[in-house]
Write a new protein. Structure first.
Ligand code: PLP
Length: 293
């Protein structure tokens, strides 16, 4: 990734949103060495893709940010401030690129100066997608080690929150590379398909486009939601329901969806080739890029 713009947010002041935002140099420091985001991964974030200066699905990203804040007992984000931060960052990013992303972060704050959350918005050029076509991926299934009902039995594990603690997700991606793949679909220990380390799964099974429900402890995917809206608009049948691993293996197409990548076709699962539907993938990515906000 190439950092291009950076805004610091004052999350304590109740001044107008515009007065709580400071644009700084993209490589300037915004954190102290005692910030809990760095020392504990204790905070939340969102990454919004920006096409021609327009932050896409900003409303759903802000909704999810608020949901994550509530799950971590963080202060409720001031929506108009975060919206302004992302919109300004997106406009600044447009000076550099027609396709970028804004990552916005709220940390619990500085361990040495409690009770003041830290916030920033970083505009960057992602390296996950070049051009309009999302790269095809080889995927391995990895056991996440939790049952399908972990979100209900053990909410303190924060499954389904977008926290800064992504070390496990990154370790899973390294394991995929060791196995000759580039990506992962997590499964529950009792055999249900979950999500990728940074993506939502869509599978086409018996003619239906299916994604697993978020009550399995999954992040509600903004890209998957908009892909389903497009598919429904084209008269396709979409469904949110549990997918057993055996059903995924017999799917006639599978995609991983995320903001920066769009809809990426899965080319193989645990070394077994899967059919890829390039025309549909391209059509979906075009529909996603055409979103207005
Ligand atoms: N699931 C996880 C665990 C993620 O980290 C992400 C995005 O990074 C997604 C799903 C996809 O979410 P979105 O499409 O809103 O980017």
């Amino acid at each position: 990734m190439l950092p291009l713009t950076l805004h610091r947010l004052d999350l304590v002041s109740d001044a107008d949103a515009s007065d709580c935002l400071t644009r700084v140099e993209p490589r300037d420091g915004v954190l102290t060495a005692t910030d809990l985001s760095a020392t504990r991964g204790d905070g939340i974030f969102e990454t919004v893709v920006v096409v021609d200066g327009i932050p896409q699905a900003l409303g759903p990203h802000l909704d999810r940010f608020e949901r994550s804040a509530a799950m971590l007992d963080l202060p409720a984000p001031r929506r108009e401030l975060w919206m302004r931060a992302v919109t300004e960052a997106a406009a600044a990013l447009h000076e550099h690129t027609s396709r970028g992303a804004v990552k916005f972060v709220m940390s619990r704050g500085d361990e040495a100066a409690p009770a003041a959350p830290t916030g920033w918005a970083l505009g960057f050029a992602p390296d996950s997608r070049t051009g309009t076509r999302a790269p095809e991926v080889d995927v391995v299934l990895l056991d996440r080690g939790y049952r399908h009902d972990v979100a209900q039995t053990s909410p303190w594990l924060l499954q389904g929150a977008k926290t800064l603690s992504y070390a496990v997700n990154m370790a899973a991606l390294r394991e995929a590379r060791r196995r000759g793949a580039q990506d992962v679909i997590f499964t529950s220990i009792d055999g249900f398909v979950l999500e990728g380390p940074n993506s939502t799964v869509i599978a086409r099974i018996d003619g239906d486009y299916v994604t697993p429900p978020t009550d399995l402890g999954l992040l509600p995917g903004t890209t998957q939601a908009d892909a389903f809206t497009a598919l429904e608009g084209w008269g396709e049948s979409v469904a949110t329901r549990r997918i057993e691993v055996a059903d995924l293996r017999r799917a006639d197409a599978v995609w991983l969806c995320s903001s920066t990548r769009g809809v990426a076709p899965v080319r193989s699962l645990d070394g077994t080739a899967l059919a890829v539907d390039i025309p549909l993938s391209d059509r979906l990515n075009d529909a996603l890029d055409a979103r207005k906000a």
